[in-house]
Design a protein around this ligand. Structure first.
Ligand code: UD1
Ligand code: UDP
Length: 366
């Protein structure tokens, strides 16, 4: 195998899909190792179907547990799968525990490791994702930084420049490929009885927000007040982690927030493109709102996507209700015509061209 993809969660499936498809176009041999970190259909198989990806060659079925146990089980399974596949290159994407396991396993084997979406930093070591991305960046030989900013963070940590390539973010590749398809095919607006530009979309699933009862309650109260102030409805596709916490904390979601099941990719794209405002603690959702020209309020204390703030597409609000309301009011006045800082949609091909692949001389170089 030329390339082995190690992936395990919703955002990795979405953001690696363009790279898998570029392998198909350029006749690069590949295999997919799925850790099984995400396993519910709504976070996993619907994305393979909708993005027309082949079934994974391996599914390690690791599932949910504590960080150490989950990562440890993945490490054992990924090492076994990679030993059988003997790839030239292993690719991981982002900052999840699947990335941590894939990176550690690959870095001790006879394969090159590439990290897609390298160099993002929140500078908040209390986030598990920050540990994961720092480790992946320091053990990978090929660092695919989405922006000059992420490259600069890597250089600041002493990583040598020859390991880094600025490619843009593959989220743009995925979005450009699917935006029109979503407009044509998705019936989500009609299904939910929504009219364009008359509603907000929110997502909230991050451990530091939803596992902390006070922060989760604050966040919901802030979104409710922002919706009241602008007489809007809010659609909230609820991630299973958040669903679990809503039940455990016995939280009644406020009236204006309509909870729905996690959406398929095309429906989520259609919904966010049509929204007045996005409120989120997700990484990928901040990027997509920015690319779609929809203003975003990020309900966190920091972001590893500062480019979105720099171009005027995003504002940090923490989970404080007053700050969420103020940020929503401010962002609703923005025009949406900022530049897209995440590249031109050719990140996936740039990544393949940079990798040391035998087949490259045949096809990729053309
Ligand atoms: C993980 C990533 C996070 C990423 C998110 C994308 C880590 C440390 N976190 O968070 O960075 O933003 O994926 O969505 O890697 N669950 C299900 N079904 C599933 C998966 C999870 O019901 O298919 C529930 C379980 O109750 C589980 C909880 O969600 O305990 C958390 O799952 P986990 O994979 O540990 O982290 P995420 O919150 O999904
Ligand atoms: N997404 C989706 N359906 C939803 C919510 C999100 O398809 O109901 C997509 C969204 O388009 C984005 C990705 O999931 O591409 C973001 O993943 P998530 O928020 O789970 O993780 P993060 O980016 O924070 O790691």
């Amino acid at each position: 195998t030329d390339v082995a993809f190690v992936l395990g969660t919703r955002p990795e499936i979405i953001k690696l899909a363009p790279v898998v498809q570029a392998c198909q176009r350029l006749e690069v041999e590949y295999a997919i190792v799925h850790t099984g970190q995400h396993y519910s259909d709504s976070l996993d198989s619907v994305f393979f179907d909708q993005l027309e990806l082949p079934e994974p060659d391996y599914n390690l079925g690791v599932g949910s547990s504590s960080h150490g146990e989950q990562t440890g089980r993945m490490l054992i399974g990924v090492e076994r799968a990679l030993t059988e596949l003997d790839p030239d290159v292993v690719l991981v994407q982002g900052d999840t525990n699947s990335v941590l396991a894939g990176s550690i396993a690959a870095s001790k084997m006879d394969a090159e490791l590439g990290h897609v979406e390298a160099g993002l930093r929140s500078f908040d070591r209390s986030m598990p994702e920050e540990t994961n991305r720092v480790v992946a960046d320091h053990v990978a030989g090929y660092l695919f930084a989405p922006t000059e900013q992420s490259k600069a963070y890597l250089l600041d940590e002493g990583i040598s420049e020859h390991r880094i390539t600025v490619t843009g973010n593959t989220v743009v590749d995925a979005l450009l490929r699917n935006r029109e398809i979503a407009r044509r095919k998705s019936t989500v607006l009609a299904d939910l009885g929504l009219v364009d530009d008359d509603f907000f979309v929110m997502t909230a699933h991050r451990q530091e927000n939803v596992d902390d009862e006070a922060r989760f309650r604050d966040l919901l109260a802030g979104v409710e007040r922002a919706a009241e102030a602008h007489d809007a409805t809010v659609v909230y596709p609820v991630h299973p982690r958040a669903r679990d916490r809503l039940e455990a904390f016995d939280i009644d979601v406020p009236e204006r927030i309509r909870t729905v099941e996690p959406l398929e990719y095309l429906d989520f794209l259609r919904l966010s493109a049509a929204a007045d405002l996005v409120l989120t603690d997700s990484g990928g959702v901040q990027e997509e709102a920015c690319i779609l020209g929809v203003p975003c309020v990020t309900m966190r204390d920091n972001t590893e996507r500062p480019e979105t703030i720099d171009v005027g597409a995003n504002r940090l609000a923490s989970t404080d209700p007053g700050q969420i309301v103020a940020a929503a009011t401010e962002m609703l006045l923005r025009s949406g015509d900022w530049e897209n800082p995440f590249g031109d949609g050719d990140a996936a091909e740039r990544i393949l061209r940079t990798l040391p692949l035998e087949t490259r001389s045949r096809e990729v170089a053309r």
